[in-house]
Design a protein around this ligand. Structure first.
Ligand code: FES
Length: 327
């Protein structure tokens, strides 16, 4: 991460044209985006997401659901949330074929491990989007994998036709629970006995994420990968009291962070801009290396290993009086 001059049309953004919008499932549309001139898009690994600048000034992160090996277009899958903050409504109601949208460059905090013996892809609802991209890559590599898609009913199974064509026979499992998770896939049973070299990837709504986390606690370190698309409601980090000082090592600038103030906010007030998107510890936009200090990590994206050197400035804080950032 670096200090940047980000924003619509800035150096880290692209203007793409909406080429197609397709109904994928109940309340779910896909949006196919490509360069207005037909130029190839930057490579995006499976698991990547982009920030989309939406009509009305909203900014939302969406996973790329297309085939990462195809740079002719990017594909988003968007569920229209009934109680969301307006981002999915804006995508569904205001975006039309032919429109130009401003997007960030892709970021990936949910990458495939390079050498797994077997991969278990576990999706809840619209959480299928990054896992579909992974399925494209694993299938092309001839890698061993299985994909489980947990949804309310067949009407909610987005990208069903495409997945049927991608995933090898017998490796795609759809689980319908009628809206009652206990009637669906027994996640604890599925994840009870991980075979050596198996990696797990999961993405979905909060309850699904919790079930997957609980069921995979005994898996070997480094073999479990996940991406939240909303902060877990019940465990939203409380902002600890106490101020501390942030030193930007390379700039030589010091910023005081007040109680109930985020590092991002304190830096903004000091005229220092950093890239942000979710402001919830979910997307990794504000991930920054730190050189010194005792960090309280409140994000949902970085691994324990990454926490030794990196932090998210939007939600994480210092317990120590001084925090030195690699900026
Ligand atoms: S802005 Fe998304 S993790 Fe900080």
């Amino acid at each position: 991460m670096s200090l940047i001059d980000s924003g619509p049309g800035g150096a880290d953004t692209l203007q793409l044209q909406v080429r197609a919008i397709r109904l994928q499932a109940e309340r779910t549309h896909s949006f196919e985006l490509s360069h207005p001139d037909g130029a190839l898009l930057p490579p995006a690994q499976a698991g990547s997401h982009v920030d989309v600048h939406l009509p009305g000034g909203l900014l939302r992160s969406y996973s790329l659901a297309g085939d990462p090996q195809d740079c002719s277009h990017w594909l988003l899958g968007v569920l229209r949330e009934l109680d969301g903050g307006g981002g999915s409504r804006a995508m569904h109601e205001s975006v039309r074929v032919g429109d130009l949208l401003t997007l960030s460059a892709p970021r990936n905090a949910f990458a495939l491990a390079p050498a797994a013996n077997h991969s278990v892809l576990l999706a809840g609802g619209i959480g299928i989007t990054p896992l579909k991209a992974m399925a494209h890559v694993l299938a092309a590599q001839g890698s061993s994998f299985e994909l489980h898609h947990c949804v309310r009913s067949p009407q909610y199974a987005a990208f069903a036709t495409e997945l049927d064509g991608i995933v090898p026979t017998g490796r795609l499992h759809r689980h319908f629970d009628g809206g009652v998770p206990a009637q669906g896939l027994d996640i604890a049973e599925l994840l009870a006995s991980p075979a050596p070299g198996t990696h797990l990837y999961y993405c979905g709504p909060a309850g699904f994420m919790q079930a997957c986390a609980d069921a995979s606690r005994h898996w070997p370190a480094g073999s479990v990968h996940f991406e939240h698309f909303k902060p877990p409601i019940s465990t939203a980090p409380a902002m600890p009291a106490g101020s501390f000082e942030v030193l930007l090592a390379h700039k030589g600038v010091r910023v005081q962070v007040q109680p109930e103030q985020t590092i991002i906010r304190a830096m903004e007030l000091a005229g220092l801009r950093v890239p942000t998107s979710c402001l919830s510890g979910l997307c990794g936009s504000c991930k920054t290396n730190y050189l010194e200090g005792d960090v309280e990590h409140n994000d949902y994206i970085l691994s324990d290993e990454e926490h030794k050197t990196c932090m998210t400035l939007c939600v994480s804080r210092a317990r120590s009086p001084l925090l030195v950032l690699d900026l």
